[in-house]
Design a protein around this ligand. Structure first.
Ligand code: HEM
Length: 149
């Protein structure tokens, strides 16, 4: 039962993660007025929750004995590929994460945020979205034993 619930939450993280990173990109694509900034921060919050859910449920599934057992995943090239891709998403996310925290703070202090790098952030966001889609395919192949040493 726990395994099924954790697996469901892992996949539901995708159901909120992919739309939120897409909507964050949409907000970044246009002129960042108050309404777009509000939408950007809302999407960014949900994206953060999805990331936390992926990490917690992913670790439980891989190492918590809920699925095929740690040896299966540790000997799966696709598991390491998946973690590598996820690590890349995480690394790419550091600058946007810090920037959006700064923008929130600037707004709270009554200052207009410096959005001059929005175009670069938009491209980074797009790359993260593509990587998540790739991770889904890698995960599906991994779960079926492809890439086993
Ligand atoms: C962007 C992040 C992630 C996405 C989109 C994602 C997606 C998925 C999907 C769609 C599945 C189901 C595969 C299937 O049964 O066909 C899955 C399974 C799994 N994921 Fe993730 N995942 C992510 C992050 C992680 C992380 C960070 C870990 C580990 C630390 C992880 C570990 C697992 C494990 C162990 C399974 C079970 C595979 C099996 O059934 O044997 N995932 N993931």
């Amino acid at each position: 039962m726990i395994s099924a619930i954790v697996a469901a939450v892992h996949v539901l993280a995708l159901a909120i993660g992919l739309p939120s990173v897409f909507l964050r990109g949409r907000a970044l694509a246009g002129p960042l007025d108050a309404e777009r900034l509000r939408r950007l921060f809302a999407a960014d919050n949900v994206w953060g929750i999805a990331a936390a859910l992926w990490i917690v449920t992913g670790l439980l599934r891989a190492f918590g004995g809920l699925e095929k057992g740690a040896p299966f995943y540790l000997s799966s090239r696709l598991f390491w590929t998946k973690l590598g891709l996820f690590g890349l998403v995480f690394a790419l996310e550091i600058w946007p994460m810090v920037t959006f925290i700064r923008w929130r703070r600037q707004l709270r202090n009554g200052h207009a945020p410096d959005t001059s790098r929005a175009a670069v952030l938009h491209r980074l966001n797009h790359l993260e979205l593509v990587l998540v889609v790739v991770i889904v395919f890698v995960a599906s192949l991994m779960a079926r034993g492809f890439g086993q040493r």
